[in-house]
Write a protein that binds this ligand. Structure first.
Ligand code: 13P
Length: 250
């Protein structure tokens, strides 16, 4: 089944000001005009409201970079899924390796996905290994992260979850996974999902690749990597580069 590619720009802890965020959103709208892909940008929480107004009449959707495990209440510093929904956010990145490195567990990821689904946000769950070993133990790491989801979410829910394979060694390092690495992981993730559900359900789960995706490698990664799009970090801070990546998927 051929689905429109999905490209999400994860701005992480950038840019420096509200003004710069709105300018970047505006430039991204302009640069991505005329493309058929599904596009979302994930600014920091504090910019979501203003960026939301800026992109409201464009085809670009909004993503949040995280969400609370809790629905509401005495949880200082947290942001609830219902609050994101209220801002017309469509996607939420969950379990990014930069958050897992700060203590987020598979069980937190499951709770966050539960909150997201309850509030009609599409969870984008990040999985990926710290490093690759010759024996292939890194597959076990990825399988464990995915099985944490399949243990809890059934057929209906799993189809609503996007899984982003982001090998940690490729994030922000300029070391992109090879097309073969990406293709093998795509097949592996589908095989893990197929064992729990069936091929049809597994095939309906959208997979993304993330890790040093740039204009020069996006085309081949997309054409031969078998994923359904990209989760882009650094390159999403430059509207021209981000748009070039989007266009490479068409
Ligand atoms: P880079 O594209 O900067 O490697 O970041 C990838 C990423 O972590 C997106 O979530």
């Amino acid at each position: 089944m051929k689905k429109a590619p999905l490209i999400i720009g994860n701005w992480k802890l950038n840019p420096v000001s509200q003004k710069a965020a709105v300018t970047l959103a505006q430039a991204t709208i302009k640069a991505c005009r005329g493309t058929n892909a599904s596009i979302a940008i994930a600014p920091p929480f504090v910019y979501l409201s203003d960026v939301s107004k800026k992109i409201s009449r464009s085809k670009i959707l909004l993503a949040a970079q995280d969400v609370s495990t809790e629905p509401l209440g005495a949880f200082t510093g947290e942001i609830a899924a219902s609050q994101l929904r209220d801002l017309k956010i469509s996607y939420v990145i969950i379990g990014h390796s930069e958050r897992r490195a700060r203590g987020e567990t598979d069980s937190d990821v499951v709770q966050k996905v539960t909150q997201a689904l309850k509030n009609k946000l599409t969870p984008v769950v990040c999985v990926g290994e710290k490093e690759r070993d010759a024996k292939g133990d890194f597959y076990t790491t990825v399988a464990k992260q995915i099985k944490a989801l399949t243990a809890v979410f059934g057929t209906t829910d799993i189809k609503k979850i996007v899984i982003a394979y982001e090998p940690i060694w490729a994030i922000g390092t300029g070391k992109t996974a090879t097309v073969e690495d990406v293709k093998e992981m795509q097949l592996f993730i589908y095989s893990v999902l197929t064992k729990v559900f069936d091929r049809k359900v597994a095939n309906s789960v959208k997979l993304l690749y993330g890790g040093s995706v740039k204009p020069h490698n996006a085309k081949v990664l997309h054409a031969d990597g078998g994923m359904g799009g990209f989760l882009v970090g650094g390159a999403s801070l430059n509207a021209t580069d981000f748009a070039a990546i989007v266009k490479a998927t068409e």
